[in-house]
Design a protein around this ligand. Structure first.
Ligand SMILES: Nc1ncnc2c1ncn2[C@@H]1O[C@H](COP(=O)(O)OP(=O)(O)O)[C@@H](O)[C@H]1O
Ligand SMILES: [Mg+2]
Length: 354
């Protein structure tokens, strides 16, 4: 059964463009989905629609097989049984950690003994058993985030919605919390949907990533598929590092591959683009430096030490506006003529990509 299912969900505020436009999406029960996209693309609105904090203008939303919103029905947020963690953790400052976690259980009139056990379990899950008596002000940002998570998990919701839950944390803490989230997801068995504008976070957290752009879903895929075979130029640019280089697609070479022309060289790369103008998505690990006269002719632009490796920017002959980046153990001198070996790549149609 689906943990969550959306069919044709649309939300318009006033007369402008739809904030969420005809979104259809199913999330398997127990899955971890990341909703990824640039700021303003409609992620929070989509999450609020699922939570019942917004009413859809059209479409249907079902949670664990039960319709919670369609043309005829609208189930109130508190009746949807969802857990929610937002960017601002919204803890009660005057309550202790344990009281904050217990709050929702109290509202649900859970008996005191059960309540105590659930609070203790939830705090143990997030590693804050020793902090039960503290006030939020006496905690670090990461600890507060965990309290918010414990408060949500104590309710044992079948679906947990997270809106940019790590955006307020520093980079190191964010990585630690990503691991925590994955563990909590596994242990709770709940369906998790996390909104983020950070592509590396989306990939680290989720088993499926849904990319949004201007209110629409543009690709829903496993992180690796999204990275290796982006459906459009927008996705290619947004997910992972890499360059998009204009090429000519000559035609199919074999199943799922295309023969292309790049700077006078003929190559075979992965792709399903039709013959004509194409865009070749090249990730740093697809590329290697070879000697001048081999591979695709190019020139070194810049070489930057990144700790353990150099990041080398190259201009392919005749394509100065589409520089490519690769990594190498040694520096390369700017201005030097080199060859570029293209070991892998994914070609898109030049038109139709956002
Ligand atoms: N309550 C609202 N009233 C009017 N416009 C809104 C409201 N909430 C969101 N929007 C608009 O909807 C679009 C999507 O916003 P949002 O869902 O917050 O994007 P994201 O979370 O991806 O940054 C934006 O253009 C935003 O200005
Ligand atoms: Mg948002």
């Amino acid at each position: 059964m689906h943990g969550l299912e959306l069919i044709g969900v649309t939300k318009r505020f006033g007369t402008g463009a739809a904030a969420v436009a005809d979104v259809s999406l199913s999330v398997e029960r127990g899955a971890f989905l990341a909703l990824l996209g640039p700021s303003g693309c409609g992620k929070t609105t989509l999450l609020r629609l699922v939570a019942g904090l917004e009413r859809p203008c059209a479409g249907r939303i079902a949670i664990a097989g039960n319709v919670v919103a369609d043309g005829a029905r609208f189930v109130e947020p508190e009746e949807r049984g969802l857990g929610m963690v937002f960017q601002s953790y919204a803890l009660w400052p005057h309550m202790s950690v344990a009281e904050n976690v217990a709050f929702g259980l109290r509202v649900r009139r859970l008996p005191a003994e059960k309540r105590r056990r659930r609070v203790a379990d939830a705090l143990a899950m997030v590693g804050l058993s020793d902090y039960a008596a503290r006030k939020p002000a006496q905690l670090s940002g990461g600890q507060r985030q965990r309290v918010a998570l414990a408060r949500c998990l104590a309710l044992e919701p079948p679906v947990v919605l997270l809106d940019e839950p790590l955006a307020n944390l520093d980079a190191h803490l964010r990585e630690t919390m990503q691991q925590e989230f994955r563990r909590l997801h596994r242990e709770s068995g709940a369906t998790f949907v996390a909104v983020t504008h950070d592509q590396s976070e989306a990939m680290a957290l989720a088993d499926t990533v849904a990319v949004m752009h201007e209110g629409r879903l543009v690709q829903v895929d496993a992180p690796r598929a999204l990275y290796r075979s982006p459906a459009s130029a927008m996705v290619a640019r947004f997910v992972g590092r890499g360059a998009l280089v204009p090429v000519e697609v000559l035609g199919p070479s074999e199943e799922g591959r295309r023969t292309i022309r790049l700077a006078g060289e003929t190559l075979a790369v992965r792709g399903v683009a039709p013959a004509g103008a194409g865009l070749l998505c090249l990730r740093p690990e697809d590329l290697a430096l070879v000697g001048e006269g081999e591979g695709v002719p190019a020139q070194v632009r810049e070489s930057v030490y990144r700790g353990g490796f150099f990041e080398i920017t190259l201009a392919i002959a005749g394509l100065p506006e589409a520089p490519v980046v690769l990594t190498a153990p040694e520096a390369a001198e700017p201005g030097r003529a080199v060859g570029l070996a293209v070991r892998d790549g994914w070609v898109l149609a030049a038109e139709g990509g956002a």
